[in-house]
Design a protein around this ligand. Sequence first.
Ligand code: HEM
Length: 511
Amino acid sequence: MGLLVPILLALLASLFGGLFLLGAFRRRRPNEPPLDRGPIPWLGHVLEFRRDTAKFLERMRKKHGDIFTVQLGGNYFTFLMDPSSFGAVVKEARAKLDFNAFARKLVIRVFGYTPMENESKFSHVSNNRHLMGDGLVLLTESMMKNLQNLMLHSVGKGGDQKTWIEDELFMYSYNIVFRAGYLSLYGNVSSREAGSTEKSFEMDRMQSDELFKEFRKYDQYFPKLAYGVLSPRERFEVKKLLRLFWKTLSLQVFKNKDNPSGWVNELQQTREDLGMKEFMQDRYMFLILWASQGNTGPAAFWLLLYLMKHPEAMAAVRGEVDRVVTESGQDVRVGGSIVNLTYDMIQKTPVLDSALEETLRLTAAPVLTRAVMEDMKLKMADGSEYQIRQADRVSLFPYTAVQIDPEIHPDPLSFKYDRFLNPDGSKKTDFYKNGKKLRYYTMPWGAGVSMCPGRFFATNEMKQFVFFMILYFDFELKNPKEETPDIDRTRWGFGAMQPTRDIGFRYRLRL
Ligand code: HEM
């Protein structure tokens, strides 16, 4: 009896301690956003969130309004759904809301990469130097050459050029854009090593195709990997894939490539100069492959599909492509040389720009998250203020909050290629909510410190792909009446969305 009381007390203490750690006692304090802990201790709402993020957040918005805090896998996330108030998060100082503190944990877990101190400062310099300005021109030129190698290598080589080839549009677009992007960033097989330029082109085609196939496997595991819910067998598979990528993209391989991009070169060199271990540098090489190649191919697929599904959009883009090529003094004809699609040419395409912006509005859906570094106040556009706790997270999901809001974008689920065009043909940037002009009216690239540094290159890549498709191929859907595939809802939050199924199309060279 004497022992029973202390044992019972100890059990009770550990039970309460456990429940405390599981967040069961958290209560909403004065001035905090509405709190919704969810049905399961610690996990909170994560199952519903993972099943369909957009639907879950819409349900929470209806229940609680434009700001609320939910528990997801042991962490408390405050979601802000009022786009007029986004500035309060996007522009907040790093001392209060920090992207890197959040991203660091994710990349350690998902890519096995441990970032350096001040990692983002160094990357920022390389991003500005190589993904913008003159660096971007060089990278875009390199992309053009690689696209030519992958898409047009058989032009003018005889053979049966006119045969229709049947394929799946998602895999086709992702494959081409991934491979050309990869070759442009990581360089080409050295022609000295290959024996000739022709042979190195052929090896580039072959090796990039093999890499794409493996990348696709990792890409399909990605949502489960990010949520930490892989089965033991899947975890084993992912580890095997990671080892393969680390080897294929290793420093040793990279150093033997011709034409590596200034961007990857400098990112790698900085880490080497700062004494990062070689195996960690190899891991970094895969992290940037994923950041740079995981979104552009899927987005290029949606763009091409929407154009094929909307003949008036395709005709407008085709007209623009033809005009730009004619104005450059070039043409597409049998026996002629392949069009030299310069950086300047693809800057003169307001119609294609609008179609691309519209595609991303409908299909790019990142969750943007910051770690809360100290207790702070979040001020909404209507003047109300909310207290946010240190160690929580603050997130935006612009897809629901902005991109498909019918007040901002009428008939929001329809593709309108000219939605981002003014009647005079210039870029439209005036969009309103509650009568107020919005600064953030579509956010496929995120915003603030973590805004995608590759957005200009990604835009160019997709435009170059569409240019070459239109200039050099006849292409059509196998069944034009087949419905546009649904978005795969398990991937909300990870950037460009993928379809639930592929869609058949056929293409043939025009020359
Ligand atoms: C359609 C294509 C793309 C989309 C939709 C996209 C979208 C995004 C988004 C939303 C973020 C911010 C994530 C966050 O705040 O949590 C991001 C970050 C990033 N993107 Fe992109 N991206 C694309 C293509 C590219 C390309 C082609 C590159 C490189 C050449 C690139 C490099 C990066 C990098 C390095 C980051 C991390 C930035 C940081 O840590 O501060 N992206 N991207």
